[in-house]
Design a binder for this molecule. Structure first.
Ligand SMILES: [Zn+2]
Length: 48
């Protein structure tokens, strides 16, 4: 497992730090893998 995948595994399902309701999920963001809030859509981690 790559280091970035390990970060995703750690962060996915965490609570969003930008809103009260959101949960972080792995999602494609601007053609890159990222951890994005499922409620407000704020990217928490993005790997290029
Ligand atoms: Zn959020």
């Amino acid at each position: 497992m790559s280091e970035s995948a390990l970060i995703f595994e750690t962060m996915a399902d965490d609570d969003c730090t930008y809103c009260d309701e959101g949960t972080l999920e792995l999602r494609s963001y601007k053609d890159n893998d990222a951890i994005v809030c499922d409620d407000c859509g704020t990217p928490a981690v993005q790997v290029w």
